[in-house]
Design a protein around this ligand. Structure first.
Ligand code: HEC
Length: 121
């Protein structure tokens, strides 16, 4: 193998590592800053609007499930299907449908909000 080939191989391998970041591994998650607490309006709703409400919003939401307001989302928090679906838990339809699982960091934002009592905050 020539020196040139080795150098090219090295560059290729290094750039391979460089792309092992969250945004590449979880397309659509964007950049997620891990939080220790979260609120519905600042953290949860923007996430739902970004990853879910192209289907679960509008005049004809998928499966009749509308995730665009606090009152509507609360129903799926209380029956366990929101966390079940985003965690890809058995017995639930994995969400977002036909898309990558949300990053652990994004799921954590929803979990923190629910654990704090799923308040209208
Ligand atoms: C591409 C469209 C689409 C996207 C995006 C999507 N959903 Fe769904 N969702 C559906 C459909 C269709 C169903 C009905 C069940 C099925 O077909 O899997 C459903 C069902 C559900 C259910 C009921 C699941 C169950 O097992 O009872 C929940 C809760 C849900 N979605 C939440 C979400 C959340 C939260 C997101 C975003 C993280 C999301 N969905 C993203 C289309 C979508």
């Amino acid at each position: 193998m020539s020196t040139k080939t080795l150098v090219l191989l090295g560059v290729f391998l290094l750039s391979g590592c460089y792309y092992d970041n969250e945004a590449t591994l979880y397309p659509g998650s964007g950049t997620c800053t891990p939080l220790t607490s979260s609120t519905f309006s600042a953290n949860v709703l923007p996430l739902l609007n970004n990853r879910c409400n192209n289907c679960h919003g509008g005049s004809n939401p998928s499966a009749g499930i509308d995730l665009t307001t606090y009152a509507k989302v609360l129903k799926y928090v209380n029956d366990g299907s929101l966390m079940g679906s985003i965690n890809f838990s058995s017995g639930f339809s994995p969400m977002p449908k036909n898309s990558g699982k949300m990053s652990a960091c994004d799921i954590q934002k929803i979990r923190l909000w629910i654990e704090a009592g799923s308040l209208n905050n």
